[in-house]
Design a protein around this ligand. Structure first.
Ligand SMILES: Cc1ncc(C[n+]2csc(CCO)c2C)c(N)n1
Length: 217
């Protein structure tokens, strides 16, 4: 069995929780309060800037040049494509002020940065995979189950349910399977643990936006 098939089984309960969470349900119905979406967008802008750096670092640390190129392109995509989506939402919803990084965003960013800098590059690749894969699954899920034709968050949904994004995800998954095949069992286990941690953090990222959770002090 491929490594990706094995790890998806591991995070299936987390994925189920994600698609059942109120943030996702209300995003799908278009009823998510704007304040919560704004909080999410503002936090995601911080996330992307840092996530792109992790991807670039993984690219730089990759032995295989085709993997290096793929991760450098992912890094570019994180800044160019995703940032464009944010900028349009920032304009549409009049989001101007720069907020502070929430505890969950802080934790997620630093988990990715330290993993990409200090752990084996294979483990770092596994740590960033949920960012691609879970977004693809969630995007497709929402797209298929949408009831309302008019949704203020449609652009977000279309970005992740689209074919262009699918290609990126397939590429990221294939690279992880290729490198997992050349890993020892204990290295694979570290990859799996990193994948699970990042999946939990994806859940927390939406959950904390729904709760507008920020530092108390
Ligand atoms: C918390 C959080 N996790 C994942 C993504 C999705 N995402 C961000 S950059 C990128 C790769 C290049 O486009 C992907 C899939 C997000 N926006 N926010």
């Amino acid at each position: 069995m491929k490594w990706t098939a094995k790890v998806w089984k591991e995070i299936e309960p987390i994925y189920r929780k994600i698609i059942e969470m109120p943030f996702i349900e209300e995003l799908q119905n278009g009823t998510l309060p704007l304040e919560k979406f704004q909080f999410y967008m503002a936090q995601d802008a911080f996330y992307l800037e840092n996530f792109a750096r992790s991807l670039a670092l993984i690219g730089a640390r990759s032995q295989d040049t085709s993997h290096a190129l793929a991760f450098i392109r992912f890094a570019e995509g994180a800044i160019v494509v995703e940032k464009a989506l944010h900028d349009s939402y920032f304009q549409e919803y009049g989001l101007t002020e720069r907020r502070s990084i929430s505890p969950t965003t802080h934790h997620y960013i630093h988990f990715l940065k330290s993993t990409s800098a200090l752990d084996q590059v294979e483990v770092a690749m596994a740590a960033v995979l949920p960012c691609f894969w879970i977004y693809k699954e969630v995007g497709d899920y929402i797209y298929k189950n949408q009831i309302s034709a008019k949704n203020p968050y449609q652009k977000w949904i279309n970005t992740y349910a689209g074919e262009e994004f699918e290609e990126l995800v397939i590429n990221a998954k294939n690279i992880c399977d290729e490198i997992a095949d050349n890993c020892t069992e204990s290295q694979q286990e570290l990859m799996t643990q990193a994948f699970i941690s990042a999946s939990r953090l994806e859940f927390m990222f939406w959950d904390s936006a729904y709760r507008l959770n920020n530092w108390e002090l």
